[in-house]
Design a protein around this ligand. Structure first.
Ligand SMILES: [Zn+2]
Length: 299
């Protein structure tokens, strides 16, 4: 079994990226894993709470069970994405019990997201989650800054977000946050946005995002831990290799493969055909978008 913390440090050292693919529909797990293995790459398979609350992933245990059927320990790891302290509808979440369930179900790393709280509250909740994960021997990802998009409300125009650096992770705050919370990896806001999850907007195409490369480099130099990019779908491809070189070690990809699956279901109403479409899309992401075919050899 590969150690999630070690593999991320290795990826950081050799400047490659580990994609983490979201599974909002259980049948997506098999074709995603197959594409990862066939392209000799390495990836995390993950699910966020919003995907079992608002899509049909079911429960975190159901995703773990599906994962265990198809996993390949040489190429894949199971990660728990966003466990929010305050969710996208601004409701409080019993995050500790979700994390405990994930540890029991066999997740190899977890994420706590207290980014809707102020800095000190975020630190307090993150520290609690980190110590729970560390007791189980697992690394914990946290988020600082505002990667917008999950919230059920209109986003400001993308150009305005990027120009004003609205919600971007502050360097000094991040230094303080990592030191105090003990988080192993940090999800940073550097230009990307999450795909919409609200019923009314989830099928819309995401606006094309850019990355603030200099900001990523500054965060990397200040923090020294692996950085995570959420909202990986829809980034202008020319920024990807520069983002990785600048210090991005994990990139979350959800919307692109989810919309591929949903579109195929709408077109054919056939799960096997939708799985084929997800396989092709994941392969294309590995070979063309991320350019990490054979990345397994580096890790
Ligand atoms: Zn995210």
């Amino acid at each position: 079994m590969i150690d999630a913390k070690k593999v991320m440090l290795k990826a950081k050292q050799c400047k490659t990226v580990i994609p983490a693919y979201n599974i909002p529909y259980l049948p997506m797990a098999e074709p995603v894993i197959r594409a990862v293995v066939d392209n000799n790459s390495f990836a995390m398979i993950q699910v966020a709470r919003v995907e079992w609350e608002k899509f049909s992933a079911g429960t975190l245990e159901a995703v773990a069970e599906e994962y265990m059927k198809y996993k390949n320990d040489e190429h894949t790891l199971l990660h728990l994405d966003h466990v929010p302290v305050i969710d996208e509808d601004y409701k409080k979440v019993d995050y500790i019990s979700i994390l405990e369930r994930a540890i029991k179900a066999g997740y190899r790393s977890v994420m706590i997201d207290a980014s809707r709280l102020g800095l000190e509250e975020n630190i307090r909740c993150t520290k609690e989650a980190v110590s729970l994960a560390h007791e189980a021997g697992l690394p914990c990802e946290a988020e600082l800054g505002a990667v917008m998009g999950h919230e059920n409300r209109e986003l400001p125009p993308y150009e305005e977000i990027f120009r004003s650096k609205r919600g971007f992770t502050d360097i000094e705050e991040a230094k303080h946050f990592v030191k105090e919370s003990g988080a192993d990896w940090l999800s940073v806001a550097v230009g990307t946005i999450h795909g919409a999850v609200a019923e009314a907007t989830r099928h819309q195409k995401k606006p094309e995002a850019r990355l603030d490369i200099e900001h990523i480099e500054n965060l990397r130099d200040a923090l020294g831990i692996p950085l995570v990019l959420h909202g990986g779908s829809g980034i202008n491809q020319s920024f990807i290799s520069r983002g990785i070189a600048a210090g991005i070690t994990k990139i979350n990809i959800g919307t692109e493969i989810r919309q591929t699956y949903e579109q195929a279901i709408r077109d054919y109403n056939d799960i096997a055909r939708a799985q084929d479409a997800v396989y092709d899309k994941t392969s294309a992401l590995i070979t063309d978008f991320l350019d990490i075919k054979d990345s397994r050899n580096l890790l």
